[in-house]
Design a binder for this molecule. Sequence first.
Ligand code: FAD
Length: 481
Amino acid sequence: DPVIVWFRDDLRLADNPALHAAAQSGRPLICLFVYQTDDDIRPLGGAARWWLHGSLLELDRALRAMGGELLLFSGSAAELIPHLAGVFRAHSVFWNRRYGAAERKVDEGIKSKLKASGIEAKSYNGHLLYEPWTVATKSNAPFRVFSAFWRAALASGEPGSPLPTPSRPDFSSGVSVSGVGTTKLTDLGLEPTAPDWAKGLCANWQHGEAGAQNRLDELLDEGFSSYAVARDRPDRSATSRLSPYLRFGNISVRQVWHAVAAHAMQSGSAGHAFEKFQSELGWREFSYHLLYHNPDMAEGNLQPKFDNMPWRDDRDALKAWQLGMTGYPLVDAGMRELWATGWMHNRVRMVVASFLIKDLLIDWREGENWFWDTLVDADAANNAASWQWVAGSGADAAPFFRIFNPVLQGEKFDPEGAYVRRWVPELATLPNSIIHRPWEAAKKDLLGMDGPAVNYPARIVDHRLARERALAAFRSLAWRP
Ligand code: FAD
């Protein structure tokens, strides 16, 4: 009797604990993926669907190269998995864990159904360095402060070593898949058609495990030792860009951790960079810790006093932000990078989020939703935790009154304006001294009526006034019950 490996956010062969255990069992393997439509599971956004398409294609190719294939289904996993286990007369179903509340509920339901039918069901950790429930305070409570969380996590031991790709799993024992209702990848409709907005995404990303490995190699080859300082510079490509691969499990966090650790050891000089990089992976772990303990983190403020925040309902301002037409060059560059590539640099994510929440006084959930739809790395834990961090409503968040000045952030982290010139070509000819404050060009008559910057919008808010408005809104929280 076969073992079913149910792939989810672990679309890889290497260091895949569920696949590894299934291969070790010596039984024939059936590999499958369900495009899930269960109630309560948040539907993927557009960019994530595009990423998923590429990942499924590559995973199927990789399995075929070993003599297997990836069977695709669409529908409710809660119904399909027990049904398929019966149809295939499976001995076991193995999967790697997910941490969202709705996903856990579905998985628990399936586990008990399978067990009730005498089918073995086993789940593994393929997504995190430390399971959220294994890291706790001395009084056995969840952590709310990152540094304490991360110290405790590291103290609990070095993350385990990655598992190899199974060498020759048995796919060949003649399990018939005819008539079980598989779907073709193209029928899932994950790729955009009319309009096809994914051209920029295609130009920027290579799918699958090979794509992830190439990104990791580039990070380590291209002077990883400067990561700690250069990671804040959107004009350089100093970060790994591994986030979508980690999100969909095209590479595991353990693989990344150990590759970077080995590199730091060999090069001797990269200790500081390694520590910084480790702590970024730590923030990912912390986000999952928060998600696990606060299941509705994408909907509700972690600090309830923010429920009274007098957010503005300003559709025009929201639209200008989404389109990268706010008149603030760094904000607009970030939003356009996001639209074109499905990704945005971390420093700029913080600036655009602060701008939406504080300068425009728009509810952080609007921003979280937009990112959810447009990021290839849109992640239930990282996205919600990061938005709440910027809003000041989260655990261990930046205080609300710390409001980024988009001009000064630009001048500090994109000093020559290279990032802005790349994404906001209307401003390309402005001198460095005013590239982050183009309204001063108007004063100096640099724009001219036929100059390229003439199409660039005027600022939709004055940062100084907007800042005062945000602080007043925040202060109003103190008087409310
Ligand atoms: P690197 O610097 O190379 O870091 C390596 C890995 O560590 C990343 O791939 C990521 O998995 C993790 N990581 C790095 N920074 C953070 C962080 N601050 N919080 C949590 N994990 C981190 N990240 C997502 O993966 N998905 C999201 O949906 C997401 N939404 C965000 C929304 C906002 C408003 C902000 C401010 C940040 C968000 N982040 C999100 C976190 C961070 O911006 C990205 O993980 C990072 O920019 C990815 O680039 P990288 O892979 O080059 O990072």
